[in-house]
Design a protein around this ligand. Structure first.
Ligand code: UD1
Length: 344
């Protein structure tokens, strides 16, 4: 069975992907520096799968420590690179730390790949590269728009770095997965999203409000040109998303790529508004959510959802879970962490 290096493997999407890889029987080596995660996530992964993944506490900004991992595990055949900073607002305040962390980590991994003969790479990208799209749904060939945050720019630059590296290293095979809005948690409620401090993203804010950590949810604008006036996104279940990584890895290892650099959109293809998410959360969980409409959040796009036809036909992957089930999984996870905290 192949050994896969998963950077950021204790993070939100990383941990769910590690579970899916282990359940497929693959070997996993995780690299993480716990900058936005917790060592206990490893226990959650082991509780679900019955296996502890191999783990190295390494900061990818450190070239030598990164190389040391490749030296220690010559069996690594492919990399899934999640490790990156991802908060849009924070990236505006600290652009250099975003460029340093997100670009340097990728560069060191690419150098290590060349040095240690690893050719297969899956990159964690984002629909943020499309900015405010000209037409909907958004397909992979939609134009890349000027990034509206340093975070978004790091995703664009990283994709360019990967593409440019193909010229000099044609043996490399890369799949860039552009995620829409990943939400929810593993159905076991043993792993999920662990936001540090006040959450920026909608669903963790909703679940924290419902459980009483936050007073009320702010809905950022109901004056958009959408049916109910609130902004529209394509919310994709994190387990569905994780499974797409397993499919991408198999595609690389089985040599089924059409080109040495491929891009796929990962979404459901369905756009839902903020107000629809609130309504569905209330219906699915039976919890009443206190919310207030406030002005638009700067930098937000009006609507974005994926054209999933290429991922469906070419990758052979489709999002399967419904939005009720997904929001319920986020709620069960919130209750689980709350019960743990209360017990301390
Ligand atoms: C954005 C990026 C995404 C990136 C993510 C990282 C776009 C289209 N998407 O997601 O690529 O990976 O940031 O954080 O640029 N909302 C509220 N109240 C809240 C929080 C959010 O109303 O308290 C609304 C937002 O205005 C938005 C929707 O909920 O309309 C989703 O917001 P969020 O979860 O933050 O994700 P994006 O901003 O879409």
């Amino acid at each position: 069975m192949p050994t896969i290096l998963v950077t950021g493997g204790t993070g939100y999407i990383g941990s769910h992907t590690v579970v899916e890889l282990l359940e497929e029987g693959m070997e996993v080596v995780i690299i993480d520096n716990f900058s936005n995660s917790d060592r206990k996530v490893l226990d959650g992964i082991a509780e679900i799968t019955g296996k502890y993944p191999l783990f190295e506490e390494v900061d990818l900004r450190d070239r030598q420590s990164t190389y040391a991992v490749f030296k220690k595990y010559p069996e690594i055949e492919a990399i899934i690179h999640f490790a990156a900073f991802k908060a849009v607002g924070e990236s505006v305040e600290k652009p250099l730390s975003y460029y340093e962390n997100n670009l340097l980590s990728l560069i060191h991994l690419l150098e290590a790949m060349k040095r240690y003969g690893v050719a297969n790479f899956v990159f964690s990208s984002s629909c943020t590269v499309y900015g405010e799209p000209d037409s909907l749904p958004v397909a992979e060939d939609a134009p890349i728009k000027k990034a509206n945050s340093p975070y978004g720019n790091t995703k664009q630059i990283c994709e360019e770095i990967l593409l440019d590296t193909q010229e000099s290293t044609p043996e490399n095979r890369v799949i860039s997965l552009r995620y829409f809005n990943p939400i929810g948690a593993h159905p076991s409620a043993r792993i999920g999203e662990l936001p540090l401090g006040i959450p920026n993203n909608l669903v963790p804010f909703i679940t924290q409000t419902a459980i009483g950590i936050r007073d009320y949810l702010k809905v950022f604008g109901t004056d958009y040109n959408t049916p109910d006036g609130s902004a529209i996104r394509d919310y994709i279940n994190v387990v569905d998303l994780a499974k797409a990584h397993v499919v991408a890895i198999r595609r690389l290892l089985d040599n089924r790529q059409k080109a040495s650099f491929e891009v796929f959109n990962l979404g459901t293809g369905k756009g839902l508004s903020v107000l629809e998410i609130i309504q569905t959360f209330e219906n699915a969980t039976g919890e009443k959510l206190d919310y207030r409409v406030v002005k638009r959040r700067e930098g937000d796009v009006e609507q974005v959802y994926a054209d999933t036809s290429y991922a469906n036909s070419e990758l052979g992957w489709k999002a399967e879970k419904g939005i009720e089930e997904t929001l319920l999984s986020a709620w069960n996870w919130e209750k689980f962490i709350h019960s743990k905290k209360s017990a301390l």
